[in-house]
Ligand binder design. Structure first.
Ligand code: WTA
Length: 630
């Protein structure tokens, strides 16, 4: 069994052990899993290349650890508990035994449709049980899954499919979100029409039954999957074989495919799940993230299933049919651990205290927050109105690239402090450096957050472009992984992650690259140049502010730009504010001074600093004037 820390003293001892001899520590954790063959070497690493290999030579299949391994002890326990969008429909529960059978059927169907070890399969699906089943089916046969959030546009989907050279897309007919039916398959058709030459098959799951257009590559899920055998041998995988690719935004235009491998990811996500949530046998655990993001991968599917937990999966949205939906679900399924994003908390907080007050939330033991900094007001509301002052809040800091939770309080073990992710998990050595890479020591200080030593679930590469991985994460500071975040260490040594220091904005917990949004805006024929920055937003955490230079301004320009961005990326990237400007503040070398634009967008114009070194200092006043109307 994966080790679970049980006291403060235990945490300190474990932490100490894990940093003095990380290899011995992780080897001990790895031994709690089932391997076909033990590894030859625990760790082989070099951050300069970067080369990171954990448990190499070890042979395993992660689904045997998520499923088969649990059958003798918990075959009839619910593995996935699914709650539909519409509360009038029934919940579905899949036991470990049932889930294994469905995964095997799907795996056999994938094989029959020509999918082999190493092939990439892209998902574009709603939060239905079939998504979890098919993700695990890929892992069963060694195919690499790449789940694309079903809110992305056809263009964004096609870009990802082509980058991954995916052989198959798995989608639904329609997606249900609140009162709406969203045509998922149609988006796939549009992506295919844009050109996805690697795709041989589209496997379509019938979700709503609304009519769709049928093309020759399409195969119905219900005509293939349920007819397959309920057993399927698990493909033996090297610990360092690819498990999945997940695309995420960075500071340059194109999203990058973060690559995770089988062995290290398994060991790490399970350990962090058990410890961060202090999961007890029989608990019902619920993470509200979408499986299109890393949180859904690690903390709806892999972490909980590896730990033998009951993991809830929810199809809908927090405000449908009303703003009590989350709390109603917590009451109905007696949820013990609840994990969500600050954006959702702020949105529900804005709907008033009466909603949570209507429901019995007494089963809750631990509340979690993830994806963006949680502000103090939201933290207190969560604590008071959801936890009733009895549930420790774990503010978990981590990233797509880190694979699992890195910095968090341990509930009931370490203390908690609003807005602080607080303490490094075992095996994690966070440090702060200044812009020149000098170590920022002591407490009550700020710096750039870096991690000192490899941990098992860190990214291995960016798909098809290893140099980009090196440049982005390993070139800024020698022998350190650079997170892209700024952080503060308080007087007692707790860490507070303040936010991105690169050109990435965090909108409702979703990462958006400013360059990516600018590229999309520039697709509008009237746009000459644009600059995008983040600004504080009450609900979303950060909003998107776009400054655009256009060649003929019309009344419709803002609406048109929003629709271009929706087409290019998806509605999540739509700018909240668009200001037409006659020019952008630039340095003498022609670089846009984003610092100034950020200040103007945040209405901090009294602290602009020196603008005299700009090529065009006079533009600043004009932009400030114009911003009053944006
Ligand atoms: C931010 C989500 C403050 C951070 C798991 C990071 C946070 C980015 C926190 C990763 C937190 C995540 N406090 N900021 N608890 N959690 N972030 O890849 O800027 O979608 O770099 O992974 O979200 O976002 P990603």
């Amino acid at each position: 069994m994966t080790y679970r820390i049980s006291s403060l003293e235990d945490y300190h001892d474990t932490y100490q052990r894990s940093t003095v001899d990380p290899e011995a520590f992780w080897q001990e954790q790895a031994e709690t899993f089932s391997w076909r063959k033990k590894w030859d070497q625990v760790l082989d690493w070099n951050f300069q290349e970067p080369r990171i290999r954990w448990f190499s030579g070890g042979v395993l299949n992660i689904t045997e650890n998520c499923l088969d391994r649990h059958i003798p002890t918990r075959g009839d326990q619910v593995a996935i508990l699914w709650e539909p969008n519409d509360p009038k429909e029934d919940a579905i529960s899949l036991t470990y035994r049932e889930l294994l059978a469905q995964v095997c059927q799907c795996a056999n169907a994938l094989k029959k449709l020509g999918i082999k070890k190493g092939d990439r399969v892209v998902f574009y699906m709603p939060m239905v049980p079939e998504l979890a089943v098919a993700v695990l089916a890929c892992a069963r046969i060694g195919a690499v899954h790449s789940v694309v959030f079903a809110g992305f546009s056809a263009q964004a989907l096609a870009d990802r499919v082509n980058d991954a050279e995916a052989k198959m897309i798995i989608c639904s007919d329609f997606n249900q979100r609140g009162a709406k039916h969203i045509p998922v398959k149609k988006v796939v058709d549009q992506a295919m029409a844009m050109g996805c030459p690697s795709v041989e098959r589209v496997l379509v799951h019938r979700n709503t039954g609304d009519e769709i257009t049928w093309t020759e590559q399409d195969v119905w899920w219900h005509e293939e999957v349920p007819h397959q055998d309920v057993t399927c041998p698990a493909e033996p995988m090297d610990a360092e074989d690819m498990l999945f690719i997940l695309y995420t935004s960075g500071s340059t235009g194109k999203p990058k495919g973060v690559v995770h491998t089988c062995g290290g990811y398994m060991v790490y996500t399970c350990f962090k799940f058990k410890n961060a949530f202090q999961y007890d046998e029989g608990d019902v655990y619920w993470c509200t993230a979408d499986i299109g993001w890393i949180t859904g991968h690690s903390y709806i599917i892999y972490g909980p299933l590896l730990a033998g937990a009951t993991s809830m999966m929810f199809e809908g949205v927090p405000t449908f049919p009303d703003a009590g939906r989350f709390w109603e679900i917590c009451e109905k399924h007696k949820v013990n651990q609840f994990y969500t994003a600050p954006t959702a908390i702020r949105a529900l907080m804005a709907k008033g205290n009466d909603w949570p007050a209507k429901y019995d939330l007494s089963a809750l033991k631990v509340l979690g927050s993830v994806g963006e900094p949680i502000n103090e007001e939201a933290w207190h509301w969560y604590d008071t109105h959801i936890g009733k002052g009895n549930c420790p809040i774990i503010d978990t800091w981590w990233q797509t690239e880190t694979g699992g939770i890195m910095i968090t309080p341990l509930p009931g073990i370490t203390d908690t402090k609003p807005t602080f992710a607080s303490y490094a998990m075992p095996g994690i050595q966070p440090i702060l450096v200044d812009a020149d890479g000098n170590l920022v020591e002591g407490n009550d200080v700020e710096g750039l957050l870096c991690i000192k030593f490899p941990w098992p679930s860190m990214l291995r590469t960016t798909y098809g472009d290893h140099e980009r991985c090196r440049q982005t994460y390993f070139s800024a500071f020698r022998d350190l992984y650079f997170t892209g975040d700024g952080a503060r260490r308080d007087k007692e040594g707790r860490i507070r992650v303040i936010g991105r220091v690169d050109d990435v904005i965090n909108v409702s917990g979703h990462r958006m690259g400013t360059a990516e949004v600018e590229n999309a805006i520039n697709e509008h024929p009237a746009v000459i140049e644009s600059a995008v920055v983040g600004y504080p937003h009450d609900i979303k955490g950060q909003g998107i502010y776009a400054y655009v230079i256009v060649d003929n301004e019309s009344d419709e320009i803002a609406a048109e730009i929003r629709s271009v961005v929706t087409r290019e990326i998806g509605p999540i990237a739509k700018p909240d504010k668009i200001q037409v400007v006659p020019g952008l503040p630039k340095t003498r070398s022609g670089k846009i001074m984003r610092r100034i634009l950020r200040k103007i967008a945040s209405k901090e114009t009294s602290r602009l600093g020196d603008v005299s070194t700009l090529l065009n200092p006079e533009i600043v006043e004009t932009i400030i004037e114009g911003s009053k109307e944006a």
